[in-house]
Design a protein around this ligand. Structure first.
Ligand code: PMP
Length: 359
């Protein structure tokens, strides 16, 4: 029996994708070997990789003047690579400290150059975001950095600041392809694939080509985006299994209404949960209503004892991953693209029953 999977990442994958992997893992399309046994140079891997990149472009409507490729090292490596490449000496970069993930990126950037923190959510315990229209980059800014969706805090930018000539760089690890995005508004979008796009391992990079004109040119090979751009992410051995999984997830998204389809699903699923909080004095959402995440829904109960019981009881019902991140406590349901709506309905029913018994 499959469990109901609300993990924050690695996380639920579409059943169709798992079944395709199962079917093709030994013999890919009758070629007599597995995709994960093939060389990444030429042949079946590159054919699949090119299709994967083309699907990504098509789904997100990525303009021609942007590079798209995958790297290893997780989204975390980008916390370092971004300032190494783009935070030039004598200039500064603007960062919003909106929660765990933006804060980590900020700390890494501070080690490499001059950082202006234009928003710090600490006083609200990272439950709110600045109004996008109020955000302006500093005069000498190399880029302005944001995390689109804070996976742990459960807050999400609903629109993005207009930064003019200053490139906007955004971590979309946990909400990529859950909504349409105007890519041309960004200098760079990146993220780990292990939430909305596939099995862990690969990191997607979407970068406007002219970003490379204003980078530090004296970096070691792997740290230099120009090299990855030239090699389409194949400078060294790519995470082939992860990329294959991404390709299959992108096919699944296409077959399920594309980004608009995912947007609609995310709206419906998240509303089911937020409706519970809005009509209950037992369940409570700690985050600012205007910035509620549609991917990571965090909530609290009247006591930590009840929260522990909720987790224990939900596990007995085959529901996994509902414990909030250890750094913040509470509860969290991650309801990424691949999570079926029925699994949210089941969770809501469980919550109502839990309230009836313990409220
Ligand atoms: N950014 C966000 C928004 C994340 O949720 C995570 C991981 N949960 C990361 C960055 C770090 O990703 P990775 O573990 O792939 O380095």
């Amino acid at each position: 029996m499959r469990k109901l999977n609300y993990f924050a990442g690695p996380s639920v994958l579409p059943m169709e994708v798992l079944e395709t992997i199962q079917k093709e893992i030994v013999d890919y399309h009758g070629k007599g070997l597995s995709m994960i046994e093939a060389s990444h140079r030429g042949g079946m891997f590159e054919e699949m990789y090119d299709e994967c990149l083309a699907s990504f472009r098509e789904l997100l409507n990525i303009p021609e003047n942007y590079d798209v490729y995958f790297l290893g090292g997780g989204a975390t490596l980008q916390f370092t690579m971004i300032p190494m490449n783009f935070l030039l000496s004598g200039k500064r970069a603007d960062y919003a400290m909106t929660g765990t993930w933006a804060n980590k990126a900020t700390q890494d950037a501070k080690k490499l150059g001059d950082v202006n923190v234009f928003f710090d959510g600490k006083s609200s315990n990272f439950t709110t975001l600045p109004c996008p229209d109020s955000v302006k980059p500093s005069d000498d800014s190399c880029y302005l950095y944001l995390c689109a969706n804070e996976t742990i805090g459960g807050i999400e930018w609903k629109s993005f600041p207009k930064t003019g000539n200053v490139p906007l760089i955004c971590d979309m690890s946990s909400d990529i392809l859950s909504r349409p995005v105007d890519v041309s508004q960004f200098g760079m979008i990146y993220g780990g694939v292990q939430k909305n796009l596939g099995p862990a391992g690969a990191t997607f990079i979407i970068m406007r080509k002219d970003m490379l004109e204003h980078r530090n040119p004296n970096l070691t090979a792997y740290m230099d985006y120009a090299l990855h751009s030239k090699e389409k992410g194949l400078y060294n051995t790519p995470p082939v299994f992860s990329i294959w999984g991404v390709k299959l997830v992108l096919d699944w998204i296409k077959a399920n209404g594309g980004v608009e389809g995912m947007d609609k699903r995310a709206e419906e699923k998240s509303q089911l949960l937020y409706n519970v909080f809005d009509n209950s004095s037992f369940f409570r959402s700690p985050v600012d209503k205007r910035f509620r995440s549609r991917m990571n829904v965090v909530f609290r109960l009247p006591s930590e004892e009840l929260e522990a019981k909720f987790i224990e009881d939900s596990k007995k019902e085959g529901m996994l991953g509902l414990k909030g991140h250890r750094s913040v406590g509470g509860l969290r349901a991650s309801i990424y693209n691949a999570l079926p709506k029925e699994d949210v309905v089941t969770l809501v029913e469980f919550m109502k029953e839990f309230e009836r018994k313990n409220g």
